[in-house]
Design a protein around this ligand. Structure first.
Ligand SMILES: NC(=O)c1ccc[n+]([C@@H]2O[C@H](COP(=O)([O-])OP(=O)(O)OC[C@H]3O[C@@H](n4cnc5c(N)ncnc54)[C@H](O)[C@@H]3O)[C@@H](O)[C@H]2O)c1
Length: 267
């Protein structure tokens, strides 16, 4: 089994893979992030569980192919791919000048980088690791899970990021590239789900939302008011859903979007 991405949710994906008896293989550009996640997993699971990590930029096709070849030599199969990495600015509660990420002068450089990690990275990983699944001798050849967001379904409500005493043009906003990447990944899921449907590779999307990660109380209050359940989510609330989506329990599901958002997109 394989997985990709360290970070807040990446760690939970690895927990899901471990709970299902698989071997998580975490790919991340940050070696510090990988170390942190590996230590956390080793402390919460049996230390003898195998956890593999690779420092890699997922926009680098050659490096991805080298990792795929190494995994195929070692294990002979790759069963799961979770496309998790995205540039996800954690601007909640910050007071820095965010002028540069507002739409009117949004830099092409940031746009290109965000599209490259969030969409091109998922495209390349699907191409490299999905093709390895195609050659599997199993009937259920593999599963791809693409991580979107509630912002893949609705526009960010920029009012939650507003701060008193900051000029209008310097108010915090979730960048346009985030919406485009998160909507785009749902399109990628539908395309690949139908493209691979008859081969036995399933492709679905998970939309997590509003994860609590020690944001300041003003932000937590504002966002909770937009959520029918009245609270943010605990990152661990995703683990069982991920396990369901990457296992045979969801064997008839492909092309679907699973939304865990406390009801936010129903309002
Ligand atoms: N945190 C939330 O509230 C939230 C809500 C909805 C959806 N999501 C989605 O969940 C996913 C994970 O979010 P998170 O909060 O855990 O983010 P995170 O920033 O904690 O983790 C993302 C990881 O991707 C890695 N990464 C970035 N560029 C890379 C590259 N080029 N190659 C390899 N690795 C790279 C980063 O080093 C980081 O470890 C993202 O797709 C995000 O959009 C998050």
């Amino acid at each position: 089994m394989r997985n990709h991405g360290g970070g807040l949710i990446g760690e939970r994906h690895a927990k899901a893979v471990l709970s299902g008896g698989g071997i998580p293989v975490l790919l991340d550009i940050s070696s510090a992030g990988l170390e942190l996640v590996k230590k956390e997993l080793e402390s919460s699971f049996d230390v003898n569980k195998q956890i593999e990590t690779y420092k890699v930029d997922i926009t680098d096709n050659n490096e991805l192919n080298k990792i795929k070849d190494a995994l195929m030599r070692k294990y002979g199969h790759i069963d799961i791919l979770i496309n998790n990495a995205a540039n996800n600015p954690k601007m909640e509660g910050g007071s820095q000048n965010m002028d540069a990420i507002r739409f009117h002068n949004f830099p092409l450089e940031i746009w290109n980088s965000d599209i490259s990690v969030g969409l091109t990275g998922a495209f390349l990983c699907s191409q490299v690791f999905g093709s390895a699944m195609e050659n599997s001798k199993n009937v259920n050849k593999g599963v791809i899970l693409n991580i979107s967001s509630d912002y893949g379904l609705i526009s960010p409500d920029q009012r939650v990021y507003r701060r008193e005493g900051i000029k209008e043009e310097q108010q915090l906003v979730k960048p346009i590239s985030y919406s485009v990447v998160k909507h785009g990944i749902i399109g990628m899921t539908k395309y690949l789900a139908t493209y691979w449907a008859k081969t036995g590779i399933r492709v679905n999307t998970l939309c997590p939302a509003s994860l609590f990660n020690n944001q300041d109380s003003e932000f937590v209050k504002k966002i909770s008011e937009l959520i029918p359940m009245g609270r943010m989510s605990d990152p661990d609330e995703y683990v069982c859903t991920v396990l369901y989506l990457i296992s045979d329990a969801s064997s008839y599901m492909t092309g679907s979007t699973v939304v865990l958002d406390g009801g936010r997109t129903s309002w």
